[in-house]
Design a protein around this ligand. Sequence first.
Ligand SMILES: [Zn+2]
Ligand SMILES: [Zn+2]
Ligand SMILES: [Zn+2]
Length: 510
Amino acid sequence: MGQNVRFRGVKATPKSLEKDLLDKARRLAEDPSLLLPKCEAQCRRCSFDKTLKKMEKVAKYSHDAEYLQDVANHGDQLVRAYAATISLAASGKIPYLTTKKGPYGDVSFAVRGKADSERLIGVQYFDDPDLRLLAFWEDARSDDLHLYSEDQRLMCTSDGPKAPRSYVDEMLNAAPYELAADHSCGHPEAPMALLVKWRSAEVTLSICSDCAGDVNLMHHLVSRIVARDPTDDFDVDVRYAPKCAADCGDCKLKRQFKMSGGLKDAYKKGTIDDATIIGRYLEERKADLRGSAGELFIVGAMCYGKDKEAFLKVIKGNEAELLAVSGLVRSKHLVVISASDQAGKIITDLWQENKRALLTFVASEPVFEKVLETVGNLTPPQMVQEARRAELAKGVVSKLPEYSARGPIATIADDLARAYKVEGKQAMVRLLEKNRPKEHRGKAVAYGFLKAVGEADSRTWQFTREEMDYGVYLADFAKALIDSEGDGYHEALSNLLTASGASEHLVRKA
Ligand SMILES: [Zn+2]
Ligand SMILES: [Zn+2]
Ligand SMILES: [Zn+2]
């Protein structure tokens, strides 16, 4: 290889790796059976005995690198890879290695003769329980075999899947969950769980919805199986079994249900994880239960059947959320299946199809339509609360007196108090920033309001010492005004005017 020539993926061999590969090549030259699967019982279909005989013949020439390279160009692919690999020992050095990306990361191996790179990798890493499998995918497909790669050996069965006990134990020990003696996550009674049945092992693993994570348990169990379909020994299902309350009767939950083939396949292919298959199963189940007539209420692990009052008793949330959920549940035929007893979560679940129906129970139509129009970035429970707040604010205004004549100080105080009562503290502060009073009396009143609502400290620079001192005195009057309604409001406003020293006419509308 010239100095300026660079082959993609070809690199000089690190010394330790060269020594390691040469060592393995020598062991294979002495004993080709190290490479081949051991048959669990008498195999009817596999041809590994024949392959072994061919390799033993080749091994007789283990010191003839040229002959071995020639063998590596023709015939059985596995024998080619074997000859190529033991030729490394014959030549005694491996100056360059090729690197290939695979399912187990980057692998470096020596290319000799015309053998498939998967076969070469599988043979040169025959002692690696993952990489060795690459040598056998083709044979497993063509001869319909099941190969099981354990840490210390490789087993073969040819009459369908039959996992050796030792393979089963190894895979269960290395499972991504700590498994109890009953092969569950430790919560065998959980109402919702992933079930992976391993038929030939006579084992059913169960992982509850709380423990299930972003791993694919079945994918782990088959990761060292080579076969046409390594998952053909497994069934996957989800157990969904909330407890039915005493008077559930012939609750719809008791009907048979099977997950879709598409969902099962996605899990078997390893494209979705344990948490996802449980989540999607529940979606399918909900759709199925919604599709049938009648009502059903399930919260967490409890099924209340059609008993909506029993359901409403266990739901938790703020006043607005509870009004919305109970109103909707009592007025409509619904199927509610919720993992949580939080009303906010239930509102979110029901929102798409029922948003106006939910809002009807917390606000009048013009009020909630305005909320829907103006505050788009709120979550559904926040929407419900906002509609409720707007509705209550409307009620507050209707209880305040109206004035046909207000002086400048009364105008400042009345506007600030209304802003606070209808829209809250921040709205009051915004109004104040927009219409800052210019003379001393008005500024003292403004400071009094800020003091009354706890917003004065960050704004002292806008006021003189005198205005603030007077404002502190007026804060109690401002507070009284904010807290009052009806005749009391009129009285509080009059008191504030007197305290401020303003002599203004204040005339209520008749
Ligand atoms: Zn066999
Ligand atoms: Zn669990
Ligand atoms: Zn039930």
